[in-house]
Design a protein. Sequence first.
Length: 389
Amino acid sequence: MNGTASSEGSADVAAIRAAVRALCDDFPGEYWRALDRERAYPTDFVRALTEAGFLAALIPEEYGGSGLSMRAAVAIMEEIQASGCNGAACHAQMYIMGTVLRHGSAAQKARWLPPIASGSLRLQAFGVTEPTSGTDTLALRTTAVRAGDRYIVNGQKIWTSRAEHSDLMLLLARTTPREEAESRTAGLSVFLLDMREADGLTIRPIRTMMNHATTEVFFDNMAVPAENLIGEEGKGFRYILSGMNAERILIGAECIGDAKWFIEKASAYAKERVVFGRPIGQNQGVQFPIARAYAQMRAAELMVHAAADRYEAGRDCGAEANMAKMLAAEASWTAGDMCVQTHGGFGFAEEFDVERKLRETRLYQVAPISTNLVLSYLAEHVLGLPRSY
Ligand SMILES: Cc1cc2nc3c(=O)[nH]c(=O)nc-3n(C[C@H](O)[C@H](O)[C@H](O)COP(=O)(O)OP(=O)(O)OC[C@H]3O[C@@H](n4cnc5c(N)ncnc54)[C@H](O)[C@@H]3O)c2cc1C
């Protein structure tokens, strides 16, 4: 799967979609159901995506990646979800590296990006959220204190997804006490933590309503080499923010894929299920929620594409990325709820996959950022309303 952002056209994106579909055909509903029951990691699926080069879509070719555009990456994540698979197991491998790519030194990029591109190193754990600070990232309490050529890290993260299936973690920690920092957003730093060689690191899985491999992580006098600091000390919050747009756009694309899966599944069932001597889909009471979900999905899809295009052009896309994630997550939830209703009792049966997909897609109204925080961003930064927190 080779290509460059500049040369890639709609035919290339269509070919990428077809290739993702073909790969996903090998991972049908039974595969995901069995994993869901055990809360097990989809190792074979992730390996197949890695070997096909899809997870290295956004890594430039000079570092061994596929060098594709954000539109292509959007197509990959959307198709995974629309095929009934779940990209949450590995989507972060696609975008977390962006912080290293944008803010890492030449030596860091040369050292880390090629193995991340090949998949021999996994960078798919993102240690930002903490139990006490929640959405208020600037209040996080994990500290990293410089001691010679190392930093000593103490603290705790929560909801650090895929930590058990990742070699590296992008870690945000406080390097200057809040009261001594030169500004509200200064004093946090980003580290590329090599979990394979970390002493004083404990990872505990958290069982959730869907199969998500999320964890809580504890740091007890854990040393990180100073050379693993990304960019300048104290500027980590800005570096993390700059990566969040890609995350929101790609998760928006996943939600569009989920919505398409629900709409297709509901339409097919409504055509074949006969009650009162006719297909249920002949009743407008059944048709209209499907049609409404379709319209809502298409509108959200336009916003995902608008955000991806602005991102690709290097323009500010904070508002579009936030709106794309919010609208797409709402569209996938509406479509999922409609799909359950269309299936009646069978919407609750495990073998139909509807209830599993519904549990999986619900997350995206909360993570990576909750709807209220998207709305407050728009209110303040787009509409000029007073800051609320
Ligand atoms: C399964 C899962 C996987 C995750 N993966 C990761 C990960 O890999 N890495 C990572 O760092 N984090 C991860 N997260 C964390 C996720 O980003 C947070 O859960 C999310 O940002 C919300 O933060 P919180 O849970 O602390 O909620 P809180 O901040 O406690 O907020 C609770 C509720 O109050 C609302 N709220 C809070 N403040 C305000 C306000 N000022 N105005 C209006 N409403 C407000 C929020 O919108 C939310 O609905 C994950 C979470 C889950 C559940």
